[in-house]
Write a protein that binds this ligand. Structure first.
Ligand SMILES: Cc1ncc(COP(=O)(O)O)c(C=O)c1O
Length: 444
């Protein structure tokens, strides 16, 4: 990309994000995308001119809402190139709500396999697996460069510990370091008899998933991570032939055909999205999704733009500081994310101190473990013995707070700094971030 030419992204940056004060840098794209003002305006206009009613009713405004919801389901499938014969969309409150639908997975003596690089919303499924008939939960390790340990994963997939139903969960893109994991693992795992949940929440922000080529069973995502608006809405894109592997553990309004309080009996909705959408879906906001998808399509791909900005930051950080105090970059060059630590006096500085310093100067980055303990443990080399010392000897589990972790971790850093980018960023953002890092290094 030519850094001196105004690009479609620079024009977008200048015209569409009045919510960003001049001189500030938003570099937390994996946390959430920024909505361009045209999306908010278009949706606001729609709400002011169209009456939407509860889609469970049958009057005009209700039918309008239902039409919009059905059109949006189709638009989502179209965007991901998914055939409606093969896939369906279940609306949820976000990626976590979508992932939690796998609490209904029937292991029948089978197992759960997680990549060590997973968001906690996926890690948490190991708890429900315990009382949903899973024999075991295992973690496939990652390498020091944060890529998948291919030999180990192949072994786990080829030699399951059970004959029951088996679920493998991994992210298409790591939310910790932006690592893109090969989508080939979907086919490989399915060939070995595994169901696959491909966590696409971080991936779809800057990458287009083509479900005519890759065919996972379950794909959770949040729409605010793609185009910033609306929040509180996501979906599980599900392969229709995977429904029988889910046993819905409860019912709720909207998900049943017949129920009585006179007897412990109910008839659920037919196997399909209606059985899994509890209560009333977010019918006022769902119509905004179509415009968001159209907006992303109009940009014709955001990955190259985001990656070139991140790469510029990566390179500038690489040449910063003296040899004793060089920033440590944990992520690989060539992702849309740079995850790093800053050193002062030869020691890694508490990432949170940098976050506060940067925030006061209008640079918004994320710090911590990003809800991804597996990669954080790999990056900082924690041992289970250290954890156990911390948990067992020092403080009561109920009293564990970030401040306590800091207090007891001594010299060990408890998290990193993550700068992640998307369509609203420009190269000037990199200069600003680097300026703030240098200022931080100089500050006493
Ligand atoms: C890879 C990944 N999975 C799941 C989630 C959870 O998404 P949400 O908080 O929108 O439910 C996130 C959020 O950052 C994520 O990055």
């Amino acid at each position: 990309m030519n850094k001196t030419q105004p690009s479609v992204f620079e024009e977008l940056h200048n015209a569409q994000f009045p919510q960003l004060k001049p001189g500030t840098v938003y570099a937390d794209w994996t946390g959430g995308a920024l909505p361009p003002k045209m999306l908010i305006e278009a949706h606001s206009a729609m709400l002011q001119t169209t009456a939407f009613g509860n889609p469970h009713s049958h009057h005009g405004p209700s039918a309008t809402a239902m039409d919009q919801i059905m059109e949006t389901r189709q638009a989502i499938l179209d965007y991901f190139n998914a055939s409606p014969d093969e896939y369906e969309v279940i609306f949820t409150s976000g990626a976590t709500g979508a992932i939690r639908l796998l609490e209904h997975y029937k292991y029948v003596g089978g197992e759960l396999l997680l990549l060590a690089d997973n968001h906690n919303s996926c890690n948490g499924l190991r708890e429900t697996a315990k009382y949903s008939g899973a024999v075991t939960t295992r973690y496939a390790p990652i390498n020091n460069d944060l890529t998948i340990d291919e030999e180990a994963l192949s072994g786990f997939l080829s030699y399951p510990r059970s004959n029951g139903q088996k679920l493998f969960i991994y992210p298409a893109k790591s939310n910790y370091a932006g690592t893109i994991h090969s989508l080939d693992w979907v086919r490989h795992a399915k060939n070995k008899g595994w169901d696959v949940m491909l966590d696409a929440a971080a991936y779809v922000a800057n990458n287009r998933l083509d479900l005519s080529k890759v065919k996972p069973d379950f794909i959770p995502l949040s729409f605010y991570k793609m185009f910033g608006y609306p929040t509180g809405l996501g979906c599980l894109i599900i392969r229709k032939d995977a429904y029988p592997r889910l046993h819905k553990k409860w019912f709720a309004g909207g998900s049943i055909l017949l129920v009585s309080v006179m007897k412990d009996f109910y008839a659920p909705e037919a196997l399909g999205y209606a059985r899994f959408e509890d209560g009333t879906v977010n019918f006022a906001m769902i119509p905004a999704i179509k415009a968001g998808l159209e907006f992303l399509k109009s940009l014709n791909g955001t990955g190259a733009h985001a990656t070139s900005i991140a790469t510029e930051l990566y390179d500038q950080l690489t040449y910063m500081g003296d040899w004793f105090n060089k920033p440590i970059i944990h992520s690989a060059r060539g992702n849309d994310t740079v995850t790093f630590s800053i050193k002062k006096d030869g020691k890694i500085v508490d990432a949170w101190l940098f976050e506060q310093f940067a925030n006061a100067r209008g640079v918004f980055v994320r710090t911590g473990c990003f809800c991804n303990p597996g990669v954080n443990e790999k990056v900082f080399g924690y041992t289970i013995e250290a954890y156990e010392r911390l948990y067992n000897d020092k403080i009561m589990p109920t009293a564990i707070t970030i401040d306590k972790l800091r207090e007891f971790s001594g010299d060990a850093p408890i998290g990193a700094i993550r700068a992640s980018f998307g369509y609203a960023n420009s190269f000037a953002d990199v200069e600003h971030i680097c300026h703030v890092v240098r200022e931080f290094l100089r500050a006493a």
